[in-house]
Design a protein around this ligand. Structure first.
Ligand SMILES: Nc1ncnc2c1ncn2[C@@H]1O[C@H](COP(=O)(O)OP(=O)(O)OP(=O)(O)O)[C@@H](O)[C@H]1O
Ligand SMILES: [Mg+2]
Length: 246
């Protein structure tokens, strides 16, 4: 099933007299179960693309469909509902609430879903277990390492069982060992819980662990990205010739 479809999507920003083209006629699909890394140099359009995938911004032209629905035709309220039902988001700087424990941070998004307290607790504990942090349930963020904090953020993104988890440079604040371990954790959740991930990264070393690498240059997908995309769609070869499917 296609979760998100881009058809010739462009995004322009106006800065005074100058128009900046952040994305230029991009065709792109995210299917259920995908594990996609967006890569490319600074300014190539990765954040812009993630914001459009997550319906946090509108396209200047072209069409974006989420779960088959054209986003541009949705009213604000329907869009809010679509966002809260569809996405989990992992932030670069974790965005944990400092005065809450790991468990309470993970449970936060469930308050919007009006679940009974017992069920919230059960789901938050299960999400913490999935990221290997059961032992740290009662620790506050300042008592955890950077890698552990980001794992809490992954658990918080997972806890509502979203269709798609988005992350803009989730490893940027981590050292390289923690960055690799975070990508391996996301890959494991992708395999075992069929969680779909789209994340951006600058780190070339992480790309060997990703099935599908989508590369942007100046707001366009590169030829390599298109190869990766068709490979991803067929669930076949790895994204680049020299990497293995993890
Ligand atoms: N709000 C904005 N107003 C004007 N221009 C913008 C805005 N946001 C992004 N841009 C421009 O759009 C282009 C793409 O930016 P974007 O943030 O998507 O790149 P990126 O690939 O995420 O870069 P980085 O790796 O540095 O995070 C850049 O030229 C940027 O200057
Ligand atoms: Mg960015």
């Amino acid at each position: 099933m296609n979760l998100v479809e881009f058809e010739s999507v462009s995004k322009h920003y106006r800065l005074g007299e100058v128009e900046v083209s952040a994305l230029d006629q991009v065709d792109f699909t995210v299917c259920e179960g995908d594990f996609v890394a967006l890569t490319g140099p600074s300014g190539s359009g990765k954040t812009t693309m993630l914001n459009l995938i997550g319906c946090l911004d509108y396209a200047s032209s072209g069409e974006i469909r989420v779960l088959g629905q054209p986003v541009s035709q949705l009213e604000d309220k329907a869009l809010d509902q679509l966002r809260s039902r569809t996405y989990g988001i992992i932030f670069q700087n974790f965005n944990l609430v400092p005065v809450l424990t790991a468990l309470e941070n993970v449970a936060l998004p469930l308050h919007l879903h009006r679940l009974p307290a017992v069920e919230m607790d059960r789901r938050a504990r299960a999400a913490l277990e999935a990221v290997g942090l059961t032992r740290f349930a009662d620790f506050r963020p300042d008592q955890l390492s950077g890698g552990q904090r980001q794992r809490v953020a992954v658990a918080r993104a997972l806890v509502t069982e979203p269709k798609l988890i988005l992350a803009d440079e989730p490893t940027a604040s981590l050292d390289s060992a923690s960055a690799l371990s975070l990508v391996e954790l996301m890959k494991k959740l992708n395999r075992e819980q069929r969680a779909t991930f789209v994340f951006s990264t600058h780190d070339q070393r992480l790309l060997a662990h990703v099935d599908r690498v989508v590369e942007l240059r100046d707001g366009r997908l590169t030829a390599a990205a298109e190869t990766a995309q068709s490979a991803g769609a067929k669930r076949a070869a790895p994204a680049t010739g020299d990497s293995e499917v993890a």
